[in-house]
Design a protein around this ligand. Structure first.
Ligand code: MG
Length: 937
């Protein structure tokens, strides 16, 4: 085994290849580039690493250099697993290939025959020897497996001369010819880039001419004729003869692997998955073993545990007398792996032993490939098995019980956002159904129901004794539809994107939603939905799959979500470890109860305005807005008070003993008034004969006037948030009274309410001081009225205006808590209106101008500084200041890790994201611990 063939180190190896333009868009490029640099400096770089014969130069920890496949082969060989011998050409050679003008440097290329010598020595065969030919496979293998990389080339080394020897050795001329036929076809397709179909057509034509059905019926002369035609096609398409020299075949295949690193599919996959473009791929060259040498041979694939359910069972399939691609291509139906016990009992036992040894060694489920050649077992590949979320949970928890991994490792093995799939109803996988259209998968989950086209009709059908399951179908939704959405089990819109009103609200409510389904024509006037020629009328049943965007005709059975035994166990471990508390954003007792089931430790944001939109309340809210005098306004507010109080009581009862943060009125008032055109229409429709005509007309005219008055150029920066309470203190008074009365009454009834009153949109300490005085006055009055001296409550503010973060030391003098409203903070820091940014944000992310949508994942470098500063300055004034976050970011794992780092007390997210946040918070703690212990080493 020669290792001294290291090439001269060129300084160019330290810079990434020019062609790898995608790295600019990836987040981790800095660390990855640094990693490559480091290994260049600290380790010798032989271009070839050997494995097989029970030994290996490399090991599993060398994925950067050997790729996943190469590192796996090295590790297997090292622990004594029988693998066909071979070598790996490193990813560093790939980098050199690109820097050297798409060519391997000569000194490395010259070592190729020495590398082949390693395989020749172990197998006793010789590459290109007509009497005893060695055949090899060539495979790509990057650090991360990705689609689009070069397919495998098998049987490399065959030509006219070696074919004869191979036929003699195998004792089967037909098999030898077919192996050659496969090789020429794969080489032509994979290395030379000629369409697969071109070759398939030749076979088909031959089969038709010979009137046979299966490839296996083709005879030697047929195969020879096919090979001749293949070579003719290759000459015609490339202008070159098919290479006979085995070394030329090998070099061309190797270079094709390196070239495939930068094919468009691989590039786009890397982009989507944040894989740096400068990693490069390795090439694995390995002796061929044949699973098609008769019934004492075979090939198969498997998992050490069931990848769908996580059950601890040997899982997989195999084919006797076949090559690997026969299993994958599905030409023949493979047998379940347990049958191998009958076909080859010795091999079966050996395989079980080796694979469970591999699972123990890697401490994770293995996905393996094997081949049996004349009764001898070879492991071709083993890697960490991909699995469903359900399986991942079960496997992680089982492995802790089996003492294979620690609780912390189990927690790190689950992708927090993947839990989303388990927290919504799913379509029964056994059900059959017909998809009639596809939109955007805007909010996960699945539901069947009868369609209704207006919010009012949806509410009516869902309630009032009818109790139907309703799917609300709209062109798009707006705040008026909240009640209809609440009453429905799913929402379908024909317009709008992933951040449309329907999508955002549905996600918050945990309802499934298919948005932007352009094929759907929604006719509210005709009460029908048209998709192509299909017409679905009000009251007819459809099913939505919000996880895929599918719209399905009729009813489909669904499976309800549950925190299964494993899920609950994992959550418990997360709770033991995490420091961050997890609260929920909830506006109704229903949501509060749901969130508590999922482990919420309080409410971080209760939006009072959502309570104003119901049929009986909206007119009172409008009356308040239209009021000419404070008295009139008070009058309307008095009517609203009992409603609000009832809402708060319900929420306090649901959250018994846990803190509830209630935000005072936030949106601009015009949101509660109808559209101008609507009023004008109503004026036109007034009946002059009506006795109350004058009165009605005056009222409508007044509304019109008020709409005009409330009209703002930029409502987002207009009269909203605490600015409403400053100008109309009676609104804050009513809300404070409703909150404290509700708390007093709930406490009297034996439960414990812990209200936290939150003033929104504060930018100057005086705004908060002003509102605090109002709230405190009402609290004291109410406490006296209920004789509730011991009531615990606190007053705080949202930090959502940059100035508030900058002056947090002053603001903290008037606040017991801060809650970062990172939606508004992002809007105002970046100058992006969330409602308008959809037009260009996707472009920004596609082009890599922004790494991520800042409304989904917190912009840590920019907006994050304000969060850090606000926290630090606030606590400088008040060391025990409670600090949380309640924007959409509170449910995003990366943002949660940031909140942990900054030292927040809690995150708050929608009910269905609570388990995700619990896990993400635990992972943040574990990662911090790992970093600290690395530093201490
Ligand atoms: Mg806000």
């Amino acid at each position: 085994m020669s290792k001294k063939s290291a090439p001269k180190k060129t300084s160019a190896t330290k810079t990434p290849a020019k062609k790898t333009a995608t790295q600019k868009t990836t987040v981790k490029k800095g660390t990855a580039a640094a990693g490559i640099k480091k290994s260049k400096l600290s380790t010798p770089n032989p271009p070839y690493f050997y494995f097989g014969g029970g030994k290996a130069d490399g090991h599993a920890g060398m994925k950067d250099v050997l790729g996943g496949k190469g590192a796996g082969l090295a590790e297997m060989s090292k622990v004594g697993v029988p693998v066909p011998p071979g070598f790996t050409i490193t990813t560093e050679v790939c980098t050199l290939f690109y820097e050297n003008g798409m060519k391997i440097p000569d000194d490395i290329d010259n070592e190729l025959s020495k590398a082949m010598g390693h395989i020749e020595k172990i197998t006793g065969k010789k590459f290109g020897d007509p009497a005893n030919p060695l055949l090899v496979s060539v495979r790509s293998g990057a650090k991360f497996s990705m689609p689009g990389m070069m397919d495998t080339v098998l049987n490399l080394g065959l030509n006219k001369e070696t074919l004869e020897g191979f036929a003699k050795l195998s004792g089967d001329e037909r098999f030898a010819c077919d192996s050659y036929r496969r090789f020429v076809q794969m080489f032509g397709n994979v290395v030379l880039g000629i369409d697969k179909e071109t070759f398939e057509e030749v076979i088909e034509a031959k089969k038709q001419a010979r009137k046979i059905k299966h490839d296996s019926s083709l005879q030697v002369e047929d195969l020879n004729d096919i090979i001749k035609k293949y070579k003719h096609i290759i000459k015609k398409k490339t202008g070159e003869d098919f290479p006979d020299d085995p070394y030329q075949q090998l070099r061309m295949s190797r270079d094709a692997v390196f070239r495939s690193w930068n094919n468009p599919r691989a590039i786009s996959y890397r982009k989507l998955n944040n894989i740096p473009g400068n990693l490069g791929t390795a090439v694995n060259v390995q002796a061929m073993v044949f699973g098609n040498m008769g019934n004492n041979s075979g090939t198969g694939v498997g998992f050490t545990r069931n990848p769908a359910t996580g059950e601890k069972e040997f899982y997989g399939e195999y084919l006797l007398n076949a090559q690997g691609e026969d299993v994958v291509a599905g030409i023949r139906t493979p047998q379940p792996i347990k049958d191998l016990k009958n076909d080859m009992p010795v091999v079966f036992d050996q395989l079980r032993k080796i694979t469970s040894q591999l699972e123990k060694h890697y401490r994770d489920v293995q996905d393996f490939e094997f081949t049996v050649e004349n009764g001898k077992l070879y492991m071709l590949q083993t890697r960490t098995g991909k699995r469903t979320v359900q399986a991942a949970l079960k496997i992680a928890v089982d492995m802790v019980k089996e003492k294979l991994i620690t609780k912390e490792e189990a927690l790190m093995r689950i992708e927090p956002s993947a839990l989303d799939q388990l927290l919504h109803p799913r379509l029964d996988p056994a059900a059959k159904y017909e998809v009639i259209a596809k939109g955007l998968p805007a909010s996960p989950g699945a539901a069947s129901g009868v369609v209704y086209f207006t919010s009012e009709e949806a509410v009516e059908a869902a309630t009032a004794g009818k109790g139907k399951k309703v799917i609300l179908v709209r062109q798009e939704t707006n705040p008026d539809d909240i009640e209809g959405m609440h009453a429905s089990v799913g929402i379908l819109t024909s317009r709008g994107g992933m951040t449309s009103h329907a999508a955002v609200v549905a996600r918050g409510m945990g309802k499934c939603c298919v948005a932007g389904c352009e094929a759907a024509r929604v006719r509210v006037d005709k009460k029908q939905l048209q998709i192509g020629k299909l017409i679905i009328k009000e009251g007819e049943v459809i099913t939505l799959n919000g996880s895929t965007g599918e719209v399905i005709i009729g009813d489909v059975a669904t499976i309800e979500p549950e925190l299964s035994g494993e899920f609950a166990a994992l959550m418990e471990w997360a709770d033991e470890i995490r420091h961050l508390r997890v609260r929920t954003n909830a506006d109704t007792p229903h949501d509060a109860i749901q969130a508590r089931k999922y482990g919420a430790e309080g409410i971080g944001l209760c939006r009072t305005e959502h309570m104003f939109f119901s049929e009986e309340r909206l007119p009172i809210v409008q009356e308040m807005i239209l009021a000419d005098s404070p008295e009139e306004r008070m009058n309307a507010l008095d009517k609203l008070l009992p409603f609000q109080k009832e809402d708060f009581k319900g929420i306090f009862e649901a959250m018994d003993g846990l803190p509830v943060t209630i935000r005072t009125l936030d949106p601009p008032l015009h949101e509660f008034l109808p559209e101008k055109g609507e009023i004008e229409k109503r004026i036109k429709e007034l009946d002059k004969a009506d006795e109350e005509y004058d009165e009605k007309l005056n009222r409508l005219k007044k509304t019109l006037l008020r709409i005009e008055e409330l009209k703002e150029v930029n409502p987002m920066l207009g009269h909203r948030g605490c600015r409403l309470g400053v100008v109309y203190p009676e609104i804050t008074e009513m809300q404070a009274r409703a909150i404290i009365e509700a708390a007093c009454e709930v406490n009297k009834a034996g439960k414990k309410a812990i209200p936290e009153i939150m003033i929104p949109l504060v930018g100057h300490v005086n705004e908060l001081r002003n509102q605090r005085e109002v709230v405190e006055r009402i609290v004291n009055e109410t406490k006296a009225k209920y004789n509730a001296r011991k009531l615990t409550y606190s007053i705080g503010t949202m930090i959502e205006i940059p100035r508030a973060a900058l002056t947090a030391n002053e603001i903290a003098t008037e606040a017991e808590f801060f809650s970062f409203g990172t939606n508004d903070l992002t809007q105002m820091s970046m100058g992006f209106s969330r409602d308008d940014a959809g037009k260009f944000l996707r472009y920004y992310v596609d082009k890599g101008i922004l790494p991520k949508d800042p409304f989904i994942s917190l912009d840590q470098e920019g907006v994050g500084q304000l969060v850090q500063m606000g926290t630090d300055r606030g606590r400088a004034t008040k060391p025990d200041l409670k600090v949380g976050i309640c924007g959409e970011h509170g449910g995003d794992p990366d943002s949660i890790a940031f909140c942990h780092k900054v030292g927040l007390n809690y995150v708050s997210c929608s009910p269905f994201r609570v388990p995700i946040a619990r896990l993400a918070a635990a992972q943040a703690t574990i990662m911090e611990k790992q970093k600290t212990s690395e530093r201490d080493k």
